[in-house]
Write a new protein. Structure first.
Length: 133
């Protein structure tokens, strides 16, 4: 059986990962993460009521959304190309006394989780013997 793709972005988590002032985002988003490539990624969070929220990823155009009366907001990040160059994701609020949330060292790509049977294991020393013949 082939491994599958683990995709967690857009999951609404009760646990908060990043907090700056009153901007909060789910724990699934964080520094040193791999952002899913070539697909729309919903990103949500909370902030002050009726604030304008800006999401900036690398050199992409800034996304702007507004929080509702409860402070909830959601942005749909358009598909991004695969990149081996780390970038930052910056989430900011129109409220002047609120610090930005900055996710650092974010790569855009895919994560594959593979598995196999333990009896199929090929140790390094056996691999060297096979390779030499």
């Amino acid at each position: 059986m082939l491994g599958g793709v683990l995709y967690l972005a857009g999951v609404h988590c009760a646990r908060v990962s990043q907090t700056a002032g009153d901007i909060q985002i789910p724990a699934v988003f964080g520094s040193s993460m791999v952002w899913p490539a070539e697909q729309v990624v919903p990103m949500s969070g909370s902030a002050s009521a009726f604030a304008e929220i800006s999401v900036l990823i690398g050199g992409q155009p800034t996304l702007r959304v507004s929080s509702d009366a409860d402070g909830k907001w959601q942005a749909e990040v358009p598909p991004l190309p695969v990149s081996l160059t780390p970038t930052n994701v910056t989430i900011s609020s129109s409220k002047q006394d609120v610090a930005d949330v900055i996710l650092e060292d974010v790569l855009v790509g895919s994560i594959y989780i593979c598995s196999g049977e333990n009896y199929l294991a090929l140790t390094f020393d056996v691999g060297l013997i096979v390779a030499s013949h």
